[in-house]
Write a protein of this length. Structure first.
Length: 211
C-alpha cells in the first residue's frame, strides 16, 4: 500500500494511475487537448442533457413535472456528499505523491483532497438522473460521464479508484434522491392543480360542506 495523506491507497490503483498518465504524456497533442478540455466540458454537456430531459417532462402530469423540478437537486446533494467525504478521508493527490509528469495545467493545492473525485461524482449523478427522466438521453449521458471520469485520471489529478467511487456515489445519490424528492413535489403539484380546478368559489363551498 502506498502511503498518501492519511489514507492507504490500493497499490493496484497506483499502478493503473502510472500506466494512464504515462500513456497520456506520450499521447499526441490533439488527444491531450481533447481529453484535457473534456474534463470540464463533459459536465457542461451533461448539464445540458439533464435540462433537455427535464424539459421533456414539463408537459406531463404532476409526477413528470415533479421530476423536472427536482432534477438538479441530486447532483447538488452528491457534490456536497463528495466534499464531506474528502474531509473525512484526506487522501493526497497522486500528482503530488506518485511522481509522474501530468498534462493538467497544475496539481491542485495541498488540502484539496483526492477521494472521491468531485467531477466524477457530479457526472455520475447528472447521467443517472438524466437516465431516470429520459432513457434516450440517458444512454447518451452515461458514456459521457465515463469519459469525464476517465479524463480526471488521464490529466493526472485523480487515482482510478477516486473516479470509480465518485461515479458510483453520484449514481447512488441520483437513484435514491430523485424518487424521494419527486414524491412530495408531485403531491404538492396535484394539490395546486386541484385547487386551481376547483376555483376560489368552489373551494370555499367545499369547505362549507365539510363543516
Amino acid at each position: 500500500m502506498a502511503d498518501n495523506g492519511s489514507m492507504d491507497v490500493p497499490e493496484i490503483s497506483v499502478e493503473w494511475y502510472r500506466d494512464v498518465v504515462d500513456a497520456a504524456a506520450s499521447s499526441p497533442e490533439p488527444v491531450q487537448w481533447f481529453v484535457g478540455h473534456a474534463t470540464e466540458g463533459v459536465i457542461l454537456l451533461l448539464g445540458a442533457l439533464l435540462l433537455l430531459a427535464a424539459l421533456s417532462r414539463r408537459s406531463g402530469g404532476p409526477h413528470d413535472r415533479a421530476l423536472a423540478l427536482v432534477a438538479p437537486v441530486p447532483a447538488l446533494l452528491a457534490y456536497g456528499g463528495s466534499e464531506w467525504f474528502k474531509t473525512v478521508v484526506d487522501e493526497d493527490r497522486p500528482c503530488r505523491t506518485v511522481g509522474r509528469a501530468i498534462i493538467a495545467g497544475a496539481c491542485p493545492p495541498p488540502g484539496d483532497w483526492s477521494f472521491p473525485s468531485n467531477h466524477a461524482t457530479v457526472a455520475g449523478a447528472l447521467a443517472v438522473t438524466t437516465l431516470l427522466l429520459s432513457r434516450r438521453l440517458g444512454l447518451v449521458a452515461l458514456p459521457l460521464a465515463a469519459l469525464g471520469a476517465f479524463s480526471r485520471v488521464f490529466v493526472g489529478v485523480h487515482y482510478p479508484h477516486d473516479v470509480i467511487a465518485g461515479v458510483l456515489f453520484g449514481a447512488l445519490v441520483a437513484v435514491v434522491a430523485t424518487p424521494l424528492l419527486a414524491r412530495p413535489a408531485a403531491e404538492a403539484l396535484r394539490r395546486r392543480t386541484d385547487k386551481v380546478a376547483l376555483g376560489p368559489g368552489r373551494s370555499g363551498l367545499q369547505r362549507d360542506r365539510t363543516r
